[in-house]
Ligand binder design. Sequence first.
Ligand code: SF4
Ligand code: MG
Length: 309
Amino acid sequence: RPDFAGKIARRLGATVEDTVVHALDTVSLTVTAGEVVGIVGESGCGKSTLGRIVAGIMPASGGRVLYHDRPVGSGHDGLGIQMIFQDPMSSLNPRLKIVEAIGEAPLYHGLIRRREMDDYVAAVMRDVGLDPDFRHRYPHQFSGGQRQRIGIARALAVKPDLLVCDESVAALDVSIQAQVLNLFMDLRQARGLTYLFISHDLSVVEHISDRVAILYLGRLVELAPTETLFARPRHPYSQALLSQIPKIGAGRQQFAPVKGEIPSPLNPPPGCHFHPRCPLATDRCRQEAPVLRRLAPDHSAACHLAEAA
Ligand code: SF4
Ligand code: MG
């Protein structure tokens, strides 16, 4: 992925042309309709890449993504999976009134007729807690929280069933964050939505997710129901992450980094990618990549010592 490769290349002082980054290498995950799956990991672990591939915004160089049993991007109109970004302004045209911003996609795709647009947009705005009387205003006339609601309304306007949220509340004040998270949960009930919820914020993920997937350097290292994962993480990386959750009341912050540098995704360590930072690493870990194994019917981890850990 060019922008990701660029970011890594700049960090290393290399050029993008020399840089091939496999942002993801071993990720296998099934999301059931109606569920909220949290995707967690440090910066550069590939979680945004995963979200973009699932949403069909970025092609995968290998592997498969199936949506209702068919490959994403083939035979679907692409409307069923919508993405909600951190900064809604980046996807809102500043010269377009909100009624047009929300109504253009459903109109273009023939879900509504032009004369229905006003009423349709008003209804979607109500669903996301926006006053429909404001539909003839422009994006800059709204607050950050309201703009995120506009972004959500735009996504909902094409009637998706899966929302991929990439750091969707990260830029908002804590009190507004809670309101938007509650909106996501209300919409889940009202519309039967399914979510892939990508976040660096473990307390947000714990609050909103049914299951959590932990990524490390492009690999899925642990997958479990939220309660199980937070109470009894089995992968040493998950254990390190979860032991560093900021205290309640500490406000919005990233989790403290796990001890040791994150190795470059350009040149990940052989064997288990986590071995240079892992307190339990053995010779086997340095040579052989652990595969994701089932520890319980709904709990998997990729670690040679997961049973012991
Ligand atoms: Fe640590 Fe080895 Fe498990 Fe990797 S496989 S997390 S290095 S114990
Ligand atoms: Mg990201």
